[in-house]
Write a protein that binds this ligand. Structure first.
Ligand code: PLP
Length: 383
């Protein structure tokens, strides 16, 4: 029997810290894909621990163990996409419940809240969780505070420890979408959150090849509720996709470091470009979230947003990049440029977009692992 070790993050990306789960009896170093819908029972009232893959599958379970350990959680659940994870999470709320949410969220999350959850009589207040007085929005129906930090796409930072204290005082669930920094750079549960969300499609998978989502929780009670939901609604991640995300996570540490290094160089280049009006990156000392980021994160990540002089220039850049792809999504090894206005945030009202500063001159970059010289060359020719 192997000893349970207290591994550091880069090692945890490769090995589950649960005893005996890293290898099956063949000794396979790459965890096998258990492509089976159902599992035979050794006898009546007996189970191998696996009955049916909607409930659990060994490949999915191994992935969940790794993500759980990366976030220092009590349990992690893997879903077929980030939105599947958030939809499942919303099932723990009831008609009449109220949620205080950040106002600069992934567009798909707002679409879910305003169309599906709202229809089920769950109400939302969208506020600036980094600056507004959260307590003044709490009502007797409030059940949770929901934040992304840094936010998408404006890179606003919320103080996780501060909001965790408010949530605790008022007995609210504190939910943090940690997609932008990944568990490699930030661990909200350790800072006092109750539930962490990931779109595993992004940094965890890292190769722009699979959709996945995660919920990581800090208690047996939440784990039990969500395990009931995942088996009932059937949105768990498939075995092959679980394996792809496992393979992606193996290189999370080196990808995060390299992508951040490239991002910092692009930020510096953008700052010297006179056609760029603003650069939003939490690693800039004059970014309002810089000090909080340094306190709560181990890195600033590889997402950055910038504002150019005119919308014509923004459109020109989008149509002129050659190496960089004009595409939605983020976190992968390939650098992507996004136009939040017509892509990720297209479904928001004009008013809501303006409130958070998403204008036709705003572009978002997810920086990949390419050679930095090639990236800067591509950006300069596109400008
Ligand atoms: C992409 C994303 C989601 C949704 O995840 P999918 O895997 O695309 O369903 C949720 N939150 C954030 C911050 C995201 O970037």
């Amino acid at each position: 029997m192997k000893l349970k070790m207290n591994y550091k993050l880069a090692t945890k990306c490769l090995y589950s810290d649960k005893e005996g789960t890293s290898c099956d009896k063949s000794g396979a170093i790459s965890f096998p894909i258990y492509q089976s819908a159902t599992f035979a029972h050794p006898g009546v009232g007996n189970s191998t621990g696996y009955d049916y893959s909607r409930l659990q599958n060994p490949t999915r379970e191994h992935l969940e163990d790794i993500v759980c350990s990366l976030e220092s959680g009590y349990d992690a659940l893997a879903f077929s996409s980030g939105m599947a994870a958030i939809s499942a999470l919303m099932e723990i709320f009831s008609p009449g419940d109220h949620i205080i949410s950040g106002n600069d969220l992934y567009g798909g999350s707002i679409r879910l809240f305003d169309n599906i959850n709202h229809k089920n009589q769950i109400t939302f207040d969208y506020i600036d969780t980094g600056n507004d007085d959260i307590e003044s929005y709490i009502t007797p129906s409030t059940k949770a505070i929901y934040v992304e930090t840094p936010t998408n796409p404006m890179m606003n930072v919320t103080d996780i420890v501060k909001v965790a204290a408010i949530a605790k005082k008022h007995n609210l669930l504190f939910i943090v979408d940690n997609t932008f920094l990944s568990p490699y750079f930030q661990n909200p549960l350790v800072l006092g959150a109750d539930i962490v969300i990931h779109s595993g499609t992004k940094f965890l998978g890292g190769h722009n090849d699979t959709l996945a989502g995660f919920l990581v929780v800090n208690s047996a009670e939440l784990s039990e509720k969500l395990r009931f939901i995942i088996k009932t609604i059937g949105s768990g991640l498939a075995p092959f996709d679980s394996w792809l995300i496992l393979r992606g996570i193996k290189t999370l540490s080196i990808r995060m470091e390299r992508q951040q290094k490239n991002a910092i160089k692009i930020v510096a280049w953008l700052q010297t470009n006179e056609k760029v009006k603003n650069v939003y990156y939490p690693g800039l000392p004059d970014h309002p979230g810089y000090e909080i980021s340094k306190k709560q994160s181990r890195g600033f990540g590889s997402m950055l947003t910038f504002e150019v002089e005119t919308s014509d220039l923004a459109l020109k850049i989008l149509s002129s990049v050659q190496l960089i792809h004009f595409a939605e999504s983020l976190g992968g090894v390939e650098t992507l440029i996004t136009y939040p206005m017509t892509q990720t945030h297209a479904d928001l009202s004009q008013e809501k977009r303006e409130e958070t500063g998403i204008t036709p001159t705003i572009l978002r970059l997810s920086v990949g692992i390419e050679d930095i010289d090639d990236l800067i060359y591509d950006l300069s020719q596109a400008f």
